[in-house]
Ligand binder design. Structure first.
Ligand SMILES: O=C(CO)COP(=O)(O)O
Length: 222
């Protein structure tokens, strides 16, 4: 069976840049090798290349723009993200929302350069809509629980279950992640038992004094 995915989003936390980004990536590499669980990292754009060069874990952009090479000053070019060593990209995170047209363009551009696509959604209908674009993953994250310390797995398991069902109905090949407040092995296990392929998380690892310890706990029941 395919390994679950734990994807750590470093957001723009000050604890997720520079040396800390390296420390978290090194911890992810160690725990992934020990456990056999795939652990990816979505750092700031500036850290995609340094992390992809140094660590044997998949690196994701936090966003790309659905543009082609040319006159796109200030935009994030998918080709450049790929060349920097990214394996995939988040699209439409709740903190970087796009229009439906922008999401479609970003998914198409990512496919053009062979970046894995993780389209984030905020509820069940948007999860179904995202699945229609055939990304690799739909990641359901209730915005009110993001960064709250309250786990979606415990506070709102229904949204996970219903998103999995909605995505399957639209496109059986699209995998589902969930996130918001994920902080323990139990949260991860509940998410997987509800039919997801893994979790998207941030604060519990990024802000931890010892990210490696938290990662070990997150994979402990898999
Ligand atoms: O937005 C998230 C990951 O993309 C979730 O953040 P938290 O894990 O901090 O709730």
């Amino acid at each position: 069976m395919e390994s679950p995915l734990i994807l750590i989003n470093l957001k723009t936390y000050k604890e997720g840049i520079g040396d800390r980004a390296h420390r978290i990536a090194a911890a992810a590499e160690t725990v992934s090798a020990e456990s056999g669980v795939t652990i990816g990292i979505a750092p700031s754009f500036m850290e995609i290349h340094p992390l992809s060069r140094h660590y044997a874990i998949p690196v994701y952009a936090q966003h790309i723009d659905g543009i082609s090479p040319g006159t796109g000053t200030g935009h994030i070019l998918p080709e450049a993200v790929k060349l920097a060593g990214a394996h995939g990209t988040l699209i439409n995170h709740s903190e970087r929302r796009l229009t439906l047209a922008d999401i479609e363009a970003a998914v198409s551009a990512a496919k053009r350069v062979r970046l894995e696509t993780v389209v984030c959604t905020n509820n069940v209908p948007t999860s179904a809509a995202a699945a229609a674009l055939s990304p690799d993953y739909v990641a359901i994250e209730p915005p009110e629980l993001i960064g709250s310390g309250v786990s979606v797995s415990k506070a709102d398991p229904g949204i996970i279950e219903n998103s999995v069902a909605a995505v399957r109905k639209v496109h059986d090949g699209v995998k589902v992640l969930t996130g918001a407040g994920i902080q323990s092995g139990e949260c991860v296990k509940i998410a997987l038992d509800l039919g997801t392929h893994g979790v998207l998380l941030a604060s519990s690892v990024v802000k931890a004094d010892d990210p490696e310890k938290v990662l070990r706990e997150l994979v402990s029941l898999l």
